[in-house]
Design a protein around this ligand. Structure first.
Ligand SMILES: [Zn+2]
Length: 105
């Protein structure tokens, strides 16, 4: 594989920074949208993240269902429970669960 030129690297880095900003903006917008609209926004988020190889922060990761991309309005369309030292998110839309281990302080 050919190494990219340094300048090309810089351009890509800037794209990535821009994409990160876009993702944050999308999350903000999603909070005010309906479930269906928010799902479309999450689709964009995932697309951007994959396209630019951005790893979503853990805080953002748990804001939506990774299976059906439903944006979680907590207690409205999702449930969070602590089970065996894990945060278990249940999505009411696809009824699937995400388990996230957490550290006890
Ligand atoms: Zn779901």
């Amino acid at each position: 594989m050919q190494l990219p030129l340094k300048r090309e690297k810089d351009v890509k880095r800037r794209w990535r920074e821009e994409a990160k900003d876009k993702i944050l903006a999308l999350f903000k917008t999603a909070e005010t949208k309906t479930e269906h609209q928010a799902r479309e926004l999450m689709r964009k988020v995932r697309h951007l993240a994959l396209r630019h190889r951005i790893r979503l922060e853990p805080v953002l990761k748990r804001r939506f269902c990774k299976y059906c991309l439903t944006f979680f309005h907590l207690s409205k369309n999702s449930r969070v429970r602590l089970i065996k030292k894990r945060l278990v998110y249940t999505c009411f839309y696809c009824k699937r669960q995400m388990r996230i281990p957490y550290k006890r302080k």
